[in-house]
Design a protein. Structure first.
Length: 269
């Protein structure tokens, strides 16, 4: 019963995200409606290349979860690495991760896009708009899989269960903190050309997951899967940036006729 409620609550939240995105976000990047960009992202996200990349990541995660790697890494971290410094860093990182989760992050992304379009009117997108646009699209395209695999694979927390995959036994097989916390930083890394900022952003993107390991809330495989799904979704969204700037595929036109008006849909290729 509890498991079913968790699924329904998360599905409801994801639907609310999509509805809010459609109804509230009027911002455009490259003069292309946001909804069209999201549809394009989904189309490419589930093409063979993207599926293959995520399958490789799942294979690595499965190897760690169903072997001695996860419990050994947990023991080494808790006994040899964890200390006052890692605990303090984890506190700060966990606070950041809460902001990066969808109930808070989605409004931040939408507001950032709106502010940008109101204050930076020009032919190209501002840095803020581009970052918010891509971060939101990364979240929307990747979150359903994060939710799906977290429940499907059945891995448990270190305190409550083993990392081994037993379908639907637990619902912690993919770290949500690692997934959501990595999205803003990965998109920052993709956006900048400064080597120092790019390297720092990539390095910081793994901290939300490491904080969960430090606090003994997730195994290494669960953190890896969360980060990998975020990384893959980010790559696909940015790869589709040029594609998303194409004109709309379908437009509705009104054409005058001798005996009335013709309403039709025109397809563009």
């Amino acid at each position: 019963m509890l498991f079913g409620r968790l699924i329904l609550v998360n599905i409801r939240n994801l639907i609310l995200i999509l509805l809010a995105t459609i109804s509230v976000a009027k911002a455009e990047l490259g003069h292309e409606p946001l909804l069209n960009q999201i549809f394009c992202d989904y189309e490419h996200y589930y093409q063979p290349k993207g599926i293959f990349q995520r399958t490789l990541g799942l294979g690595v995660g499965g190897m760690m979860a169903n072997s001695a790697i996860d419990p050994n890494f947990r023991d080494d971290w808790q006994h040899n690495i964890r200390g006052d410094f890692t605990d303090k860093v984890s506190i700060v990182t966990n606070d950041y991760s809460k902001v990066a989760t969808y109930p808070v992050a989605v409004p931040i992304y939408l507001i950032s896009m709106w502010i940008s379009t109101q204050n930076f009117q020009h032919d190209g997108a501002s840095i803020l708009e581009k970052w918010a646009n891509h971060s939101l699209r990364t979240l929307v395209v990747g979150a359903p899989e994060q939710l799906f695999f977290a429940h499907l694979l059945g891995g448990g927390r270190p305190q409550t269960g083993s990392p081994e995959w037993h379908f639907f036994e637990y619902h912690r097989a993919v770290s949500g903190h690692a997934f959501y916390g990595a999205i803003p930083l990965l998109n920052l890394a993709k956006q900048t050309t400064n080597p120092l900022i790019k390297t720092s952003a990539y390095a910081l993107s793994i901290l939300p997951g490491l904080a969960r390991i430090n606090n003994d809330k997730h195994y290494l495989s669960q953190v890896w899967l969360g980060w990998w799904l975020a990384f893959n979704a980010t790559q696909i969204v940015w790869r589709n940036d040029i594609v998303s700037k194409k004109p709309q595929l379908y437009t509705i036109n009104l054409s005058p006729l001798d005996n009335g008006i013709f309403l039709g849909m025109e397809s563009k290729f």
